[in-house]
Design a protein around this ligand. Structure first.
Ligand SMILES: Nc1ncnc2c1ncn2[C@@H]1O[C@H](COP(=O)(O)OP(=O)(O)OP(=O)(O)O)[C@@H](O)[C@H]1O
Ligand SMILES: [Mg+2]
Length: 279
């Protein structure tokens, strides 16, 4: 057993961490010092543990702040995602997206697939990672976003609302395809996506293939122009599989899910980008 850290040294480190405003490291200090004294931690690993404690606290604070302002409905993480349940998903692609290069490059991610296959879960886990990196995020279902744009238009504040929704580094547009939207609402959403195009990253989820987006937006031409912009710099994650929600009811899978008929991949001239696989 090593000599225990002296009381004066402990107090000196405590006051230095307080002075540097590192409450996460300060809180972890006692535990780290006992691990050092007990011989379980030594050398550079000590510095790593101390800094990691501070970074964890900072990231949690960033996430809490984002939860208040971004309307994120829940916290989901990649660690909680069971890839074995959804073999059509390429794990490397999802892990690579979590490196957040797509945010830097202002690219889009589109999750397609039937209900319950993890589209929102993965969109939220990317949003959590983005918020923890200190970037601004905003979440809405297509219906909610369109309603907020329509309300702003009625109140004569459309330009302001469009600016607000263009600003975040990441916007999540969830549930495209479940509820119909008005033609005016579709036009407002098109304006928003045009503003974000090559300006900031957007994640979209849909249970419908692109060939059905004309019906969702009530206009084939506008839907085509929207898809054209979205797919120019885009990662498509096409999930084919069964709903995780009803994983314990295998007997009714065939009747409730359309795993044999996945949404069609895009028919379009521009090739979607593939996220570089990081090893
Ligand atoms: N592979 C998985 N591993 C762990 N949890 C999962 C997985 N897939 C989905 N879930 C969980 O199942 C629930 C439904 O998933 P999610 O909301 O992501 O589905 P969805 O594809 O968005 O469905 P919908 O089209 O109905 O909105 C969530 O609680 C999610 O966390
Ligand atoms: Mg969903």
């Amino acid at each position: 057993m090593r000599a225990a850290t002296s009381r004066s040294l402990r107090e000196r480190i405590q006051s230095q961490l307080a002075d540097l405003k590192m409450p996460g490291a300060l809180e972890a200090l006692d535990e780290i010092l006992s691990r050092i004294d007990g011989g379980q931690l030594a050398g550079a690993a000590t510095i790593d543990a101390l800094l990691q404690a501070q970074i964890t606290l900072r990231n949690n604070r960033r996430l809490q702040a984002a939860m208040r302002s971004s309307r994120l409905p829940a916290i989901k993480t990649l660690d909680e995602f069971d890839f074995t349940f959804q073999p059509s998903i390429k794990r490397e692609q999802i892990e690579s997206l979590h490196q957040l290069g797509f945010i830097e490059r202002k690219e889009n991610v589109i999750f397609l697939g039937p209900p319950g296959v993890g589209k929102t879960h993965l969109a939220l886990s990317l949003a959590v990672a983005t918020a923890q990196s200190g970037r601004r995020i905003y979440y809405g279902s297509l219906g909610d976003l369109v309603t907020s744009l329509e309300e702003a238009q009625t109140a004569g504040r459309l330009v302001h609302r469009l600016k607000t929704l263009t600003h975040p580094s990441l916007l999540i547009v969830d549930e495209i395809g479940y509820l119909p939207i008005s033609r005016n609402g579709a036009m407002l959403f098109f304006q928003l996506m045009s503003r974000r195009y090559e300006h900031a990253a957007t994640i979209l989820t849909s249970n419908k293939g692109f060939e059905d987006w004309g019906a969702i937006f009530g206009d084939d031409v506008m839907a085509g122009a929207l898809i054209d912009r979205l797919l120019h710099h885009c990662h498509i994650v096409n999930i084919r599989g069964n709903s995780y929600r009803i994983r314990d009811h295998r007997d009714i899978w065939p009747s409730l899910t359309s795993s044999d008929e996945p949404p069609s991949p895009p028919k379009r001239r521009t090739k979607p980008r593939k996220e570089a696989v990081t090893t």
